[in-house]
Design a protein around this ligand. Sequence first.
Ligand SMILES: [Zn+2]
Length: 442
Amino acid sequence: MYKKAVIVLVVLGLLSYLSLTYLEWSPPSIQWVNQTPYLGLRNSLNIRIIDRGRGIKRIEVIYSNGKKTPIFSANYSKEKLPTLLNIEVPFEPLKSGIRGTGGKLIITAEDGSYLWMGKGNLKRAEYRVTIDPTPPSIEVLSTDHVVLQGGTEAVVFRTSEDVKEAWIEVGDHRFKAYRNPFRDEPAYIALFSYPYNLKRGRPVFIVAKDRAGNESKKGLSILVKPKLYRSRRIKVGDGFLERKLPEIISASGLESSGDLLKDFILVNHDLRKRNEERIREIASGSSPEPLWKGAFIYLRNAKVEANFADFRSYYYKGKKVDEAYHLGYDLASVKKAPVPASNRGRVVFAGYNGIYGNTVIIDHGLGLFSLYSHLSSIDVKEGDMVEKGDTLGRTGETGLAGGDHLHFAILVEGVYVNPVEWWDPRWVKNRIQRRLQLLKGD
Ligand SMILES: [Zn+2]
């Protein structure tokens, strides 16, 4: 009697073990991670398959529009069935001989359960898709493109269909194009720069990507005018460093090494990088319509103390210790002079930013920003709309500034540009307003 009971229990235990491991009932789950209703000429389908039981034995991807076209399949070895699969499946409809635009992607996954005569649990997922094999075509509407090295230019173009995103590519830089803010049509404007530090001779491209991921790239005919920027020697002395470094180091959450020169490098080199990254980040999300009007204004009665893109070499006790580009204008007036907003826009930053000290950044729309640094006081806050000439604060010498002045800069999509052009009413009218007019169409 006792023996029988033991045998029954052992058999029951074995059966439940077998059924839990070999005869499990849970099918795999299928997820198309980057699912989209539109597929283009070249796609990569990211598919995730999870099986909570024995593991995945076989997967298959096919495209069906009446006719079935195999896209991908894989079998996994019995000894090592994966329980999690992240696969990237390339899908090129034209290459696979697929015609027509509408169809279904069918993904099936089979697990290693011994159920169904060893066929396993089967899961099938279907997705309706539209295939768009045509990249957008680009028609340039603006003419006579000229850009000064380090300066700004604008281009207006039309695409054959509404695109998901478009941009101007110059070297490694991408300048976002904005959809016509005045009329509902697939026309775009992009402000861009030929950056001050990019070797001349690099092509400028217009790139447009449609909702199916098809990309078009068109070279822009443009004259890049050379501009020589200056080199400057900057002497840094103990007095200046002793006076300035403690404020910047403590306000930026850094720790002094106890050595003046090391602390200077920490601030001028490492912290500068961090401060620039923050500015780039702030200057990356712009209003989709122009908020500015006409030319930009500058600090009244100011003397220029440093120019845009001066290449500075720093000397300490007669030895060169660091170098950096100076990416704005230094304008000195009377102490604590009121700082006017150079144009209409929205305040997107008002606060302390390391070497720049107290800083205000204004978004003027379409990727255009202005920056005001070393302020002694700030009179605006983030989110404020300001009109041209409104007082943002007072000049000062917060951050890495030797005396009371305004550091003024202009950025396009996070790239510093020469502000001189934006101060020139004729340039703004001919280069920028005329192009905007093309979008208004009247
Ligand atoms: Zn400066």
